[in-house]
Design a protein around this ligand. Structure first.
Ligand code: DMJ
Length: 611
């Protein structure tokens, strides 16, 4: 037994007792846990960062050598310096901006993020809506062979304008018919968006130029892209592109036009992110940043620009189910309704930051014109249910008649311009569209004044015809006076040009439709012949710089509205009334026909929130 209890000191571990082994094991595992904990869970983890991310110069030097270390260190320092400077600059710019501008910018950013998120889900098919009644979209044979011959001539002119653009300017916005190359203006930014193609599509369609139409459609399918860094005019893009695409969609039924119109409209929406909701004149299609023309009174937006969106935007809401478009234009209308109007007139300038009028200038020509036109057409396009628009139109026209419309000594009715309490006795070519507008609005005017307005339309048509007839080329000048013995003639050299504008022919056409007086076809034919004689060149059609010179020089621009409007109105003038009847179609201000929306029991999304 004694031998068994005496344990020699040099005994091997195997000779340790089980409980001792267990305690040793416990101590060892506690030590290991402590080491791991210290390495991974200490609050300053810079040590292992250094190991995995070589920031320290020593490690960089070890890895890349001294040269690598120095340049990396320097470029790192430069980058940090540049970042700081940029941040400082941005902060300074932000501080300079007003609260409203900052708010508008944040809103633009938010919209952009929301759009980007939407895009990630891929394009969504647009919801089906009942197609409005599409009556009289082709033919329109006038019957009479003489009239038919004239109509064929107009079609031939359209073909010459289109073929020339196809050959020399394809894909550019417009054409230089003398230089035989592409052309553009600042209204389209620095983009090449094929403005002439989009603007011409519906004219090609109604003239039965199907191959040309298909060519245009193919270009649009393959090339028309709105994600471009271009600063465009919201108004021009709306009336020419959105209007053109919507009309092409309704006439042809080709989905691509609707999809493109909606894509583009989404790009215009950030322009409305202003303190008042009155849109900027221009917007960058990529960044969504908007601003106004430098020349406009005190940073103002222009009445004829923000007031000429209604027709297209209502159709966009109708086709997409997205209330945003409708709400934007109704917001503008409500805002205007609340404002004081000097002498009942709408000034041409409105500041989108303050919501106050700029200079008190009123015009039915440039800067004002299509605002009045769209009030009337909003009513017509709604199947005459939008009575608020009709009332606003009637009130505006009443004030215009009182303050702006006069008869000259020679008996010519003209529409002058109101400038700070004074009437300027000058009328623009653009103002000549008003003859057609008065005739179009005659039916439905208050106090049974239909006859009066039809008569007023006829008088304006007559005055504008005189402005053509009193020139050497039989083409009208840009502006003409009724002053000191001069009547319906341009005085200043820089008002003597004719740039293929449509307004006078537009008025002839409306007057023809309402009266069938043959003189309107006669006057239209005179204008068509003069254009063919003096503006036609081998590379298309060009504007001329002086309509009083028998030897005029060309401006070398074939405007897209020549194909969209001038030639379309001429073609309609020599067609039967069955082509695009006015009971079913309303022409936007760029002559793109949009169908009347017989909404019946349908309510536009967004309209409930407005009333
Ligand atoms: C066109 O773009 C439109 O008619 C617009 O309303 C004003 N002017 C040009 C043509 O002159």
């Amino acid at each position: 037994i004694a031998m068994e209890t005496e344990i020699p000191f040099s005994a091997s571990p195997s000779t340790l007792r089980l409980s001792e082994k267990f305690i040793l094991l416990l101590i060892l595992s506690a030590f290991i846990t402590l080491c791991f904990g210290a390495f991974f869970f200490l609050p300053d983890n810079s040590k292992h960062n250094e190991i995995f991310t070589p920031r320290s110069p020593v490690i960089v030097e070890e890895w890349f050598g001294t040269a690598g270390y120095t340049s990396t260190e320097e470029s790192l320092r430069d980058k940090i310096r540049a970042d700081h400077e940029r941040a400082l600059q941005e902060a300074k710019e932000k501080l300079r901006k007003s609260k409203e501008e900052l708010r508008a910018e944040i809103q633009t950013e938010k919209t952009k993020v929301a759009e980007d998120l939407k895009k990630k889900d891929g394009p969504k098919p647009l919801p089906p809506v009942p197609m409005p009644k599409l009556v009289g979209i082709n033919d329109g044979d006038p019957g009479d062979p003489d009239v038919k011959e004239k109509r064929d001539k107009i079609r031939e002119m359209m073909k010459h304008a289109w073929d020339s653009y196809r050959q020399y300017g394809w894909g550019h916005n417009e054409l230089k018919p003398i230089a035989k190359k592409g052309h553009s203006t600042n209204i389209f930014g620095n983009s090449q968006m094929g403005a002439t193609i989009v603007d011409a599509l519906d004219t090609l369609y109604i003239m039965g130029l199907h191959d040309e139409f298909k060519d245009g459609q193919e270009w649009i399918e393959q090339n028309l892209d709105f994600s471009v860094n271009a600063e465009v005019s919201v108004f021009e893009v709306n009336i020419r592109f959105i209007g053109g695409l919507l009309a092409a969609y309704y006439l042809s039924g080709q989905e691509v036009f609707k999809v493109k119109a909606v894509q583009l409209a989404e790009k215009l929406l950030p322009a409305f992110n202003t303190p008042t909701g009155i849109p900027w004149a221009m917007v960058n299609l990529k960044s969504g940043v908007g601003h106004n023309w430098g020349w406009a009174s005190a940073g103002s937006s222009i009445l004829a620009e923000f007031g000429t969106l209604h027709m297209e935007f209502v159709h966009l809401t109708y086709l997409t189910g997205n209330p945003a478009y409708y709400q934007k234009v109704m917001h503008i209308r409500k805002l205007l309704a609340k404002m004081d109007r000097p002498n009942g007139l709408y000034p041409n300038y409105l500041n989108p930051r303050t919501g106050r009028w700029g200079q008190h200038h009123t015009s039915v020509g440039g800067l004002g014109d299509s605002f009045y036109e769209y009030l009337l057409k909003a009513w017509l396009m709604s199947d005459k249910t939008d009575t608020e628009a009709r009332k606003t139109y009637d009130d505006a026209i009443e004030a215009i008649e009182r303050h702006l419309i006069r008869k000259s000594n020679g008996g010519l009715t003209f529409i002058g311009e109101w400038k700070n309490g004074h009437l300027e006795r000058k009328m623009g070519h653009l103002t000549c569209f008003a003859g057609g507008m008065f005739a179009l609005g005659a039916d439905g005017s208050p106090d049974d004044k239909a006859g009066h307005y039809l008569q007023l339309g006829a008088e304006i048509a007559h005055t504008c015809h005189e402005s053509y007839d009193r020139t050497v080329l039989k083409l009208g000048p840009e502006a003409f006076k009724f002053d000191s013995g001069l009547e319906a003639v341009a005085v200043r050299q820089n008002e003597k040009y004719y740039i293929l504008r449509p307004e006078v022919i537009e008025t002839y056409w409306y007057m023809w439709r309402f009266t069938h007086d043959p003189k309107y076809r006669q006057w239209g034919w005179e204008a068509a012949q003069a254009i063919d004689k003096y503006c036609r060149v081998s590379g298309g059609f060009s504007g001329v710089k002086d309509v009083y010179s028998s030897n005029p020089t060309y401006d070398d621009v074939q405007q897209s509205f020549f194909l969209a409007e001038t030639l379309k109105y001429l073609y309609l003038l020599f067609s039967s009334d069955e082509l695009l009847p006015l009971e079913n179609w309303v022409f936007n201000t760029e002559a793109h026909p949009l169908p009347v929306l017989h909404l019946g029991n349908l309510t536009l999304p967004g309209s409930q929130d407005q009333r």
